[in-house]
Design a protein around this ligand. Structure first.
Ligand code: ATP
Length: 492
């Protein structure tokens, strides 16, 4: 899991001249600032509104910086009760600055359209009172203009931020690529800008995502990631974690080509990384709370499975996305590369291990006339012990017809060493030259006379997994008294 600084944060504009687009609103904002220098303007608050990721917050801070003003911010919407607003913004709005100069304090209220609900009770009214009496400039930021009361709006200079045009994004993105030492092929930046839908933060995030682990990107890299279905799940997971309200987090899942059954695993896997950057072991109170929502969501998923009533997916989806949003005490900065649920990987690995173990048991069982279960539990271990000896290892591999993966499994080895490869090759040679075509083989011997290759047949022993029928326990031959003396393991 790589956590590196988010480029959108790294390249956040410091001054208004770095803001991409929005020329008209930036000019209006500057004029409003000028009015504060010569006294208080008629409208003491300004309201920056528009869709997410287009530069409202950046403009607010860049503006304060250009004006040489301090910033007092009141951001966490869950703390904005009337009392807190009055204490922080109210006192700031009445005080002179420490220097007593004409420099002002800019009181910034982000998410001004989100001041309602229980803990914010009275918050909206307190803001109206403060704006009426303030001696300091106040700047409100909102996505949804209609989430703000008309009484507050009437006290504000409304500045609408439109979406950022893709052609304005191009030079800014190129600049970021240059600073990151990233070579971009023809049309790459243009394509990223166009697909961002006016959201500059998304464009920067997309550029960073495509550039991960590369120093050069081409147009195919973008098309590949577009075609990759995981790309969309990564984006949705990001929107759930970074969502500011329940509905936007839920809406992010609507176009997703994954079921809530799968989505819950994605949220579960990436939650600790997103909140703390530390992965599984980190448990903070907000993570604990999200997990309690996930468990409630999982209960609905269980009901859907049992009753086949898919309408309940809605509740499961709401609990896993909305629960994540409401439990979040703070957003963590930094770029998080989301990963697919490790549970699936583990299950896949377990399944293939189980299949391999069963195939080996079939080969061992066929050789020593035992059931698969008995071979797996009691006999396969003996064969792996034999493999460790130099004396019979080649014969065991040849007799059982082990393929390389099975050999590694029985040896408990992780990779093919020279010694293992030599053992395997020797066993293949032995099989080729020794296996008879018409009589049952109990054991392939190294010093056995070579057979005529034209008469060779591997009918009697399984050679590869494909040759081994996947047998049910019941299909194994029952142990029968042997008609003629037979070589056993002890003959090895
Ligand atoms: N117009 C822009 N000019 C330069 N950078 C921008 C612009 N818009 C967005 N960005 C980049 O995107 C990041 C996020 O921008 P910002 O926080 O200002 O958006 P916002 O409109 O306030 O979004 P939100 O409503 O989600 O808070 C910035 O750090 C910056 O890197």
């Amino acid at each position: 899991m790589t956590v590196q600084m988010e480029w959108a944060e790294k390249y956040r504009p410091k001054t208004l001249s770095d803001i991409v687009g929005h020329k008209k609103v930036i000019d209006d904002l500057k004029k409003w600032g000028e009015q504060w220098v010569h006294g208080a303007p008629e409208l003491k608050a300004v309201l920056l509104h528009g869709q997410a990721g287009i530069g409202k917050t950046s403009s607010a801070y860049a503006f304060a910086n250009d004006m040489g003003w301090e910033v007092i911010e009141l951001n966490a919407s869950d703390q904005r009760t009337a009392g807190v607003i009055e204490k922080v913004a109210g006192s700031a709005s009445r005080m002179q600055t420490l220097t007593g100069s004409s420099a002002k304090r800019l009181i910034v209220l982000d998410e001004a359209d989100n001041i309602h609900g229980n803990s914010d009770r009275g918050g909206a009214r307190a803001i109206v009172d403060i704006v009426k009496k303030t001696s300091q400039p106040i700047l409100l930021i909102a996505n949804d203009l209609y989430g703000i009361s008309s009484s507050l709006r009437s006290l504000c200079l409304e500045l609408k931020f439109g979406s950022v045009q893709s052609r304005s994004m191009v030079p800014a993105l190129k600049d970021i690529a240059r600073q990151e030492g990233l070579m971009c092929g023809i049309g790459v930046i243009e394509k990223i800008s166009e697909s961002a839908d006016g959201d500059f933060r998304s464009a920067v995030n997309d550029l960073q995502a495509v550039a991960m682990g590369r120093t050069e990107i081409d147009i195919e890299d973008i098309s590949t990631s577009e075609r990759d279905t995981k790309e969309s799940i990564f984006k949705v997971v990001g929107r759930i974690f970074k969502g500011k309200d329940i509905s936007s987090a839920l809406e992010a899942t609507y176009n997703l080509d994954e079921t809530p059954e799968d989505l819950i695993h994605w949220v579960d896997e990436n939650l600790p990384y997103q909140y703390t950057g530390k992965g599984e072991e980190a448990l903070t109170p907000d993570i604990v709370q999200v997990y309690s929502y996930l468990s409630r969501s999982d209960r609905f998923l269980g009901r859907v499975r049992r009753r086949q009533n898919y309408r309940m997916w809605r509740y499961a989806g709401m609990l896993m996305t909305g629960g994540t949003v409401v439990s979040k005490s703070r957003s963590r900065g930094g770029f998080v590369k989301y990963q697919s649920p490790s549970l699936w990987r583990k299950m896949g690995q377990m399944r293939s291990k189980r299949n391999m173990r069963n195939n080996i048991a079939v080969k061992v069982g066929t050789h020593c006339h035992e059931s698969m279960r008995y071979s797996r539990l009691e006999v396969a271990g003996l064969y792996s012990k034999l493999l460790e000896t130099d004396v019979y290892s080649v014969e065991v591999v040849a007799t059982l017809g082990l393929d390389m993966d099975e050999l590694l499994y029985l040896l408990g080895a992780k990779k093919v060493t020279k010694k293992i490869q030599a053992l395997y090759d020797e066993a293949q040679e032995l099989r080729k030259h020794v296996l008879p075509s018409d009589e049952p083989v109990f054991f392939v011997e190294r010093n056995a006379p070579k057979k005529d290759p034209s008469q060779l047949s591997l009918d009697k022993l399984p050679v590869s997994n494909n040759d081994v029928p996947v047998l049910e326990e019941s299909s194994f031959p029952k142990k029968e008294p042997l008609k003629k003396p037979q070589k056993t393991l002890f003959d090895f």
